[in-house]
Design a protein around this ligand. Structure first.
Ligand code: PLP
Length: 397
């Protein structure tokens, strides 16, 4: 893959939590399935069986990435994270509402969960939102208070898209299962970045989004624990064992499988640890130069690639506008945060003035120390100039 260091005139891309490029090896794996192997995988002739077997291989690769090697049929391909989250929440309501009507989620969930919960609330579901502490970690005491025989589903993300905080999902699952609730985790940001094992997590459902780990956009998956009876996502011709009818998007699925294989190898080769070291070096450098910056989520387990920071004198958008050498986010790619900050930072209790300063730097597998040196220089120069919010006398224009 071409790195940013190999493109010295290009800005350094540090928005990998928003999306990743498609890995060239993924593109190569997909290519024959647009043309040579175009057959409908449900057809009976030998050429179609080749396509079916490519789908099986992709399913096995995704299962292996999630520690579900022995149960590949627990993986259903979807169009991505939004669909997987919608399916679990809406399916819960269809399947369980007569007996249980409560949906429990955290205050830092992605809009694909929050907005779907709002729809279910309008249909009569009781929604309980669990607060988080200052690091963004859910309060387990509040979770306990929301759990009883009315609880249909607990949906807590594995890793937060904005600040990277990792939630104690295994503990959540243990507690929720004790009252017979289903447990879902939106792992869109975690899969491909850290080891994810459905057995260790003990969840019933887990959301995967391909474009967060070098697969194409428009493909993802839902892990469904064998034995759980979620209503189908779509009814029709019965593809994917009836879970999601519709002719499978074969090239995208093959791409997801290849990306899963590459991600697994990267994790096994200690990629996350090296990435955390790079991120940490940048964090230390910035903190030493500018002790008044706040880095969010440092007191909790965090994604190795995510560095969410704010400077009290800058809005996030102004800071990034002053740093044309960097492409980064000011929060979730799916929100349009105004200067009072994202719902995630508000849930952490961050004051609006500081929350509006959020800049999310998210590293990719190919991010190098050289890239981060460019980023550090750009931010340092911006911080040392007059800030747009500053009225300090010493600030000379
Ligand atoms: C935590 C989380 N969940 C879900 C999604 C939505 O995934 P997709 O873009 O594949 O629909 C995202 C994407 O930003 C995400 O970060």
């Amino acid at each position: 893959m071409r790195t940013d260091a190999a493109r010295p005139h290009m800005p350094v891309y540090l928005d990998f939590n928003a999306t990743t490029p498609v890995d060239p090896q993924v593109v190569a794996a997909m290519t024959p399935f647009w043309t040579d192997h175009f057959y409908n995988p449900s057809a009976a002739y030998p050429e179609a069986l080749t396509v079916q077997s490519a789908l099986d291989q992709a399913r096995a690769a995704v299962a292996a990435l999630l520690g579900a090697d022995r149960e590949p049929h627990s993986i259903v391909f979807t169009s991505g994270g939004t669909e997987s989250n919608n399916w679990v929440l809406r399916g819960m309501w269809m399947g369980r509402r007569s007996r249980r009507h409560r949906l429990v989620l955290s205050a830092v969930e992605h809009p694909a969960v929050v907005e779907t919960a709002t729809v279910l609330a309008s249909l009569g579901a009781e929604i309980v939102t669990i607060p988080v502490d200052a690091q963004g970690v859910i309060r387990l005491d509040a979770l306990d208070a929301a759990l009883d025989e009315q609880t249909a589903l607990v949906s807590i993300m594995l890793a937060n898209n904005e600040i990277g905080t990792i939630q104690p999902v295994a503990e959540v699952a243990r507690r929720a299962h004790a009252v017979g609730s289903w447990v879902h985790t939106d792992a869109a940001q975690a899969v491909g970045k850290i080891p994810v094992d459905v057995a260790q997590l003990g969840v019933d459902f887990l959301t995967v989004a391909g474009h967060k780990f070098y697969a194409p956009k428009g493909i993802g998956a839902l892990y469904i624990r064998p034995g759980v009876t979620l209503p189908p996502m779509m009814t029709g011709g019965g593809q994917q064992e009836g879970w999601r009818s519709g002719t499978e998007p074969v090239p995208l699925i093959v791409g997801l499988g290849k990306a899963a294989q590459l991600a697994r190898a990267w994790i096994q080769q200690d990629g996350p640890r090296h990435q955390a070291a790079l991120r940490q070096a940048l964090e230390i450098q910035l903190r030493e130069a500018y002790p008044d910056i706040t880095v969010f989520g440092t007191g909790a387990d965090r994604l190795p690639n995510t560095l969410a920071l704010a400077h009290p004198a800058w809005t996030g958008s102004a800071l990034l506008a002053a740093c044309p050498a960097i492409r980064a986010g000011t929060g979730s790619a799916c929100h349009h945060p105004d200067d009072t900050g994202s719902p995630t930072l508000r849930a952490l209790g961050v004051a609006p003035a500081l929350a509006g300063g959020l800049v999310r730097l998210s590293l990719g597998r190919e991010t190098t120390a050289e890239d981060l040196a460019v980023v550090s220089t750009a931010l340092t120069q911006a911080f040392s100039t007059c800030s747009p919010l500053s009225e300090h006398k010493e600030c000379e224009r």
